[in-house]
Structure formats: structure tokens, C-alpha cells
Write a protein that binds this ligand. Structure first.
Ligand code: MIC
Ligand code: SF4
Length: 644
């Protein structure tokens, strides 16, 4: 029986367990990446492990999220990360060099290698055939130290692409179609592997748009084969040595098959407030718009920008629309400047932003109240733009650009004939914004620079015999980490200070949560299905830990957040009978007795609702390693215990 591409890479990196779907497997990690909003914690955790130098083939620290530098906190974090990186063998991509996923694809990604990043869109690397996954900062710290990364052995979905996209229909529409069909939960526990003749019609950046947003499906990762198109891309980046051809065997067996005929796809948009609320542009109609933002790790490649520049050339942005454009990297921006496309963009009245995440994470460009904003990004969760009632639609760059001119949502096919946009034979290569780490002999002399906002991460206690705690919050389905630990210009600078940032924990759902949880001392959160979807930010586990949350009981969890809870020593459980969710209310007192024994002895835990006087069962599914982590009070305590 042949193997899928994912199985080939997984088994080549397998260091623990067997390739049995649904069981825990341990993987060797070749590369890691961090960004600044999760990086400070990840490096504090790395320092706490006491490993002098990273043991990966390549680890890169990027600065791309917190680049507003409003106050001293951002730049303090940047200097901390720069100095830690230099000391411990990590490459450092300076602010301005670009968005981590875009730069990693351009300059570091290698087909067939494993990559984990403290950012949920790390699967962008799947565009060049990497097995790239998002992870919590602690998992990345462990991988940097040469430790194993654990996942649940995933199912493999074959996404068979056929035909050719119509002019002005783009890779974004392919992934929006996947989201329309599968929903934000459809990829949980799965790797989406793209195959079929349609693959050959997509450039590497287009493939990366698709794997990037596979994160919104909840997938473990997404991957394309590595073929002659991958070779051409790597060669144009001066990195042809990194190329290896990779594909699934002809007779590979998949767990599921999904077929997409490119010729049938039309321009689409994900409507507020979920990436899977997908409609065709025709269904939405010629809606008046207020703002257009082009960029983010999903759609900021040179090809995307060249298409946008072509559409804007000789036109003026509609007077009622604010258009901002953030090219994904210094390479992209410089090439646009050199070939004149930047002048076309500026002449049309676009507001050019630095090569960073920017508006995607609420760092500026928040829409007007109730404003309609078209964005080429990957997430449109409520309030993420910085405007609570902002109406964000996720669209392709082509659709965004033509709509910015017309002032209304416009089908880009109205542009008529599409010129052929060619990938350059040679990208402009200038790595002067990537700082190499110090030599091993020099590392002792490097001082790590710590600003006053950088506080130690909270340490959790070993698990107690019983948990007796009230319900501090009850929330519904699809709660995102943007609900649990919001981002944006005001809150992001607090990422290195858990006591401060925890004041905003769940503020989107309930502003009184912080005070109530602290007052209760110990508490439990009740959630619906797909709890913790979205980002990899471990702050969504560390802030609840700091506030005394001992357990989270839900209908189901998103992968990375569940791992982050266990890493923080917080017990994640799911209702054995979903109907019990309705019977519990905020403030109910719950009791879980002899937890260790219950966890050790089976797959169920009995919880007593003292207030309402009934018992209910929760499912647990922990590997022995996860059980030990929970007993120890999280990954760091566990690592310390096992290293004794
Ligand atoms: C996001 O897109 O939500 C982020 C900001 O990139 C996060 C990481 C973070 O919260 O720092 C992610 O996707 O993991
Ligand atoms: Fe940055 Fe947005 Fe990509 Fe997250 S999704 S890495 S905030 S550009």
C-alpha cells in the first residue's frame, strides 16, 4: 500500500509512537519559527529549560506583529528577542523585514522538513511541501531545545484539484470554497493534502495562500507536493539546493476525498464574523464598502501585489473608501519599488503600510463604526479589527482592489481579460535584515536585554487531589482565542506581562471575568464546541492559569488551544453527554474528586454539580505523557521532573 506525502514526512520524523490514527505520535522538528507577540514568552520558557544553544537545523525569530512601538514595551520585547536569539543560535529577522510566514517561505523553508512555529499560520510552509504546524510557545521552546513535538496522528484528506481557475478567480477562492464546504471545524484532526492536475496551475505563493488558511479549517496542517514549480520558486530565491521532489505514491490511501473543479469556482467572500460564512459575490450583491485592507500572511506575495498594482494603475481609490496595502516582505516591497508597481499603487491613493501584520491583528486601520471592510486576510472574528461592530469580509486581492476603486463589492471578472502575471525568474535577494546568531565561542559574552514590562510567566502547581471550584464563565460554540485573550494595539504590547494582560481575558465576552475569576480563587470555564479555535497564542491558557482556572469543560476543543491548556496544567475535558452543557450555569459550584485516580484509571471523569445536585461525566483522552504533564502542573514542571 502506497503512502500519502504527509505519511512519508511524518514517518521520516517519527521518534515516538506508531502511525496509528488518533494516537499520540512524537516528531523530530527540523525548523522552528517564532514571532514577537508569542516570542517573548517562548524565549523566556526556552531560557527556563537551560539549553544553551538551539538543537534544530534552523530556528528563526521574526518581529512582525507588534511593530507600532507605541510606548517602550514593543521595542523592549524586540531587543529582548534579538539578544536571546543572538546568544542561543537563532536567526533574527528584524522589524521591517516582513511577515514571518512570507519571509520563511522565501528565505528558509525546505520541502520535506518539519517546521513548528508559535503562530497558527505556520502551515503556510505547506506551499513548498513542508510539514509545517502551528504550536504553543512552550512546544516551540521544547523543539528548539531538541525535544520532541507531539500531535495526534492525523487523518489524511485528499483534496483533489482539477481544471483551471477562470481569469480573476484566485487561490483565495479555492480555500474559501474549502471553508464553505468543510466549516471551521471540518479540518480538526486532519492534514489536508492537495493533489491532482489543478496543482500544476498554481504557483508557490498561491499554494501558500491555500495552506495558510487551512488553519481556519482547524486542520493540523495542509500540504502541497514539491514539484518543478517548487523548484522554480526556490531557484528564483537562489535556494535551488533546498529542493527535493516530493509527492504521494500513486496508490496512496486517504481517509477522505474532497474534489474541487477549478473551472466551477467563482469569486467569493467570507462574511462577518467567521471565515466559513462564505457566499459568492453574486449572492452578497454590490454592497457599499468603507475600507479595503490588502496584505497579511495569506495574500501579500509579489504576485498578489502585482495583480493589485495592475488593477489600480491609472485609477483612483473611490472617495468613500480607505485603501491600505501592506506588502508581505521587504523583498516584495523592494521589488514593487524597483519595477514601478509601487508608484502605480501610490498614484491610485493607496495608503502603503510597512511589511508586517498590521491591521490583520488590529494594529491600526480599525474600520469606522459598523463599517464594511474588505480584507485579504484569513480571520474576521468579531472585534478582531479593533472595531466591535466592524463588518469584515475576507476576499481575494483582485476582488479587494477592484472594489476599492468602485466603492462597492465588485466581481473582479468585470475587469475582462486578465494579462498573464509571470513569476520573476530571480527574486531580489538581500538578507541584510536577517541577523545571524553569534558563534558558540562568543555566546557567553552576550547580555540578554530585559525591559521592565517583561515579567516571568506564571508557574502552575502540581494537580491537587480534588478540584472544588465555581463556574466563572459559560460561553457558546466556536469561541476563538481572540475572545479568550484579545489582541490589538492596546493589548498586544502586554504580551510579556501576564498579570497585566490577564485584565483583558475574555473582555470581549464579559468584562467582569477578570475580577470575578480572581475573587473566586479557583474556577472552571464551560464552553461549547470548537473552543479555542484560531490563534496559537498560549496567553489564552496562561492568563486563565494566572486567574486560577483549573479546568475547562467543553463540547470540543481546537487542537493547539487544547495542547496549550495541558502545557499550562489546566485540565481540558469534554461533555460525555452534550445535553449536560445546558444544565450548568455560571456560578454553579462544581467538584471533581480524586482527579488523579480518575484520570489514571480511564477515559471518563465524574463531575458533581453541588449547586444543582447532579453528577455528569466528562470524556478525557490523554496520552500517558499528557497525564504526567497534568499531574506535574504543566509542561515546564514536567520537563524539570523528567530531567532530574
Ligand atoms: C493571529 O493571526 O491571530 C496571530 C496574532 O498571528 C496569532 C498569534 C498570536 O496571537 O500572537 C496566531 O495566529 O497564532
Ligand atoms: Fe500576522 Fe495576521 Fe498572519 Fe496572524 S494571520 S501571522 S496576525 S498576518
Amino acid at each position: 500500500m502506497g503512502l500519502t506525502l504527509s505519511e512519508k514526512i511524518l514517518s521520516a520524523h517519527l521518534v515516538e509512537g506508531e502511525m496509528i490514527k488518533g494516537t499520540e505520535i512524537g516528531l523530530r522538528i527540523d525548523q522552528t519559527l517564532t514571532q514577537d507577540a508569542t516570542g517573548t514568552m517562548a524565549y523566556l520558557e526556552f531560557e527556563a529549560m537551560g539549553v544553551p544553544r538551539v538543537r534544530t537545523e534552523r530556528s528563526v525569530a521574526y518581529i512582525d506583529h507588534n511593530t507600532l512601538q507605541n510606548g517602550f514595551m514593543n521595542m523592549d520585547d524586540h531587543r529582548f528577542i534579538a539578544s536571546v536569539a543572538k546568544k542561543h543560535g537563532i536567526y533574527f529577522s528584524r522589524p521591517g523585514n516582513g511577515i514571518c510566514h512570507q519571509v520563511h517561505l522565501e528565505r528558509f523553508g525546505v520541502p520535506g522538513k518539519t517546521l513548528i512555529g508559535s503562530d497558527s499560520h505556520t502551515p503556510t510552509g505547506g506551499g513548498i511541501g513542508m510539514l509545517a504546524m502551528g504550536a504553543g510557545g512552550m512546544d516551540v521552546a521544547v523543539a528548539m531545545g531538541g525535544g520532541t513535538y507531539y500531535i495526534t496522528c492525523p487523518k489524511i484528506v485528499k483534496a483533489e484539484l482539477t481544471g483551471k481557475l477562470q481569469p480573476w478567480v484566485s487561490a483565495k477562492d479555492v480555500i474559501l470554497e474549502m471553508l464553505r464546504r468543510l466549516s471551521v471545524k471540518g479540518g480538526v484532526g486532519k492534514i489536508i493534502e492537495y493533489t491532482g492536475d489543478g496543482v500544476k496551475t498554481l504557483s508557490v505563493p498561491e499554494r501558500a495562500t491555500i495552506t495558510n488558511m487551512g488553519t481556519e479549517l482547524g486542520a493540523t496542517t495542509s500540504i502541497f507536493p514539491s514539484d518543478e514549480i517548487t523548484y522554480e520558486f526556490l531557484k528564483a530565491q537562489g535556494r535551488e539546493d533546498a529542493y527535493t521532489p516530493l509527492s504521494a505514491d500513486e496508490d496512496a490511501v486517504y481517509d477522505e476525498i474532497i474534489k474541487i473543479d477549478f473551472s466551477k469556482l467563482v469569486p467569493m467572500a467570507a462574511c462577518p464574523h467567521s471565515p466559513d460564512a462564505v457566499k459568492t459575490v453574486e449572492e452578497i450583491g454590490r454592497m457599499k464598502i468603507d475600507q479595503v485592507c490588502i496584505g497579511s500572511c495569506t495574500n501579500s506575495s509579489l504576485m498578489d501585489m502585482l495583480k493589485v498594482a495592475h488593477i489600480l494603475k491609472g485609477k483612483t481609490v473611490h472617495p468613500d473608501v480607505s485603501l491600505s496595502i501592506a506588502p508581505g516582505s521587504k523583498q516584495v516591497l523592494t521589488m514593487l519599488a524597483e519595477n514601478g508597481a509601487l508608484a502605480d499603487i501610490l498614484a491610485a491613493g493607496a495608503r502603503v503600510l510597512e511589511s508586517a501584520c498590521g491591521p490583520c491583528i488590529g494594529m491600526g486601520q480599525s474600520p469606522n463604526s459598523g463599517g464594511i471592510s474588505l480584507r485579504t486576510f484569513n480571520r474576521n472574528f468579531e472585534g478582531r479589527s479593533g472595531t466591535k461592530d466592524g463588518q469584515v469580509y475576507l476576499v481575494s486581492p483582485e476582488l479587494a482592489a477592484v472594489s476599492a476603486i468602485n466603492g462597492v463589492l465588485t466581481d473582479p471578472r468585470e475587469l475582462g481579460q486578465m494579462p498573464k502575471f509571470e513569476m520573476p525568474e530571480k527574486f531580489l535577494i538581500n538578507d541584510n535584515m536577517i541577523v545571524e546568531p553569534a558563534k558558540e565561542s562568543e555566546m557567553d559574552g552576550i547580555e540578554v536585554l530585559r525591559g521592565p514590562n517583561i515579567k516571568p510567566f506564571p508557574i502552575s502547581e502540581p494537580m491537587q487531589k480534588d478540584i472544588a471550584a465555581g463556574v466563572s464563565l459559560k460561553v457558546g460554540d466556536n469561541i476563538t482565542t481572540d475572545h479568550i485573550m484579545p489582541a490589538g494595539a492596546k493589548i498586544l504590547p502586554l504580551r510579556s506581562n501576564i498579570p497585566e494582560i490577564s485584565k483583558y481575558c475574555f473582555a470581549v465576552c464579559d468584562e467582569s471575568f477578570h475580577d470575578r475569576a480572581l475573587e473566586m480563587g479557583s474556577s472552571i470555564i464551560i464552553g461549547g464546541s470548537n473552543y479555542g479555535q484560531g490563534s496559537s497564542r498560549e496567553h489564552a491558557a496562561l492568563a486563565p492559569l494566572y486567574l486560577g482556572v483549573k479546568a475547562v469543560i467543553t463540547k470540543s476543543f481546537a487542537r493547539i488551544h487544547m495542547a496549550n491548556l495541558i502545557n499550562a496544567g489546566i485540565l481540558p475535558m469534554t461533555f460525555a453527554n452534550e445535553g449536560d452543557y445546558d444544565k450548568i450555569e455560571a456560578d454553579d459550584d462544581l467538584k471533581i474528586e480524586n482527579i488523579r485516580d480518575q484520570i489514571a484509571n480511564g477515559d471518563k471523569v465524574v463531575v458533581k454539580n453541588i449547586t444543582k445536585n447532579f453528577e455528569f461525566e466528562c470524556n478525557i483522552s490523554f496520552s500517558n505523557r499528557q497525564k504526567d504533564m497534568l499531574y506535574a502542573g504543566g509542561l515546564l514542571n514536567y520537563t524539570k521532573n523528567t530531567n532530574k
